[in-house]
Design a protein around this ligand. Sequence first.
Ligand SMILES: Nc1ncnc2c1ncn2[C@@H]1O[C@H](COP(=O)(O)OP(=O)(O)OP(=O)(O)O)[C@@H](O)[C@H]1O
Length: 232
Amino acid sequence: MSQPFIELDGVVKRFHEGEPGEFTALHGITLQLARAQVHVLAGPSGSGKSTLLSLIGGVARPSEGRVRLDGAPLSGLPEHHLAALRRERIGFIFQRYHLVPGLTALENVRLPGVPLGWPRERLQARALQVLAELGVAPRAHERVERLSGGEMQRVAIARALLTQPPLLIADEPTAHLDAALGRQFLDTVATLKARGHTWVIASHDPRVIGAPVVDRVIHLADGRLRGEDAPC
Ligand SMILES: Nc1ncnc2c1ncn2[C@@H]1O[C@H](COP(=O)(O)OP(=O)(O)OP(=O)(O)O)[C@@H](O)[C@H]1O
């Protein structure tokens, strides 16, 4: 592999460290993930998928070990640098979308651009562009609580794409999608992969794990790597 896009080196994550309820969720994960590929973290509930995503996304820090994104050592960065890197380089897609009710689809999609200080016109144009790419431009001015589940998810993906982040992280993205919407999500994954985006998706959905667009399925159990499926 050329320079890996994401590198984890001996990553341990403990919760409630030093307290009576201390719990080790990840036990020394070493992993390299290539650019412009789709990586799925699979494993039963509680195996550590979301915890690993949060470390790769720079939302949490490892208790031991290192995480690097495109050569940058996330684990050592001061919080304000880490927050800036997250905003510019990582798009997050959550199981329950985390859209802000009361705001329109367009206002939700604009949100990640606000702290970047983009001029209003640029922000508006880019937000409309990503909504159009996801096929939800006609719903741009609708409040998000009035959208269908599939529309909400496409708005959530549009929001994650606003800043064109190279890394897209999704936690159980198909958990609430029916068969047709699940396929639509995987088509979006494929389109963005072809444009060079790297995906890391936590999922135990067989539709995702078995999808042809997926390059690697990395299995976790009890916070440890348990091998991989061969690429399709
Ligand atoms: N903030 C926390 N404090 C204490 N324990 C935690 C915390 N977050 C996660 N854990 C524990 O770490 C383990 C891994 O949790 P994690 O959410 O990463 O698993 P998962 O594989 O994503 O599960 P699921 O598929 O149910 O989302 C679980 O035993 C969980 O209870």
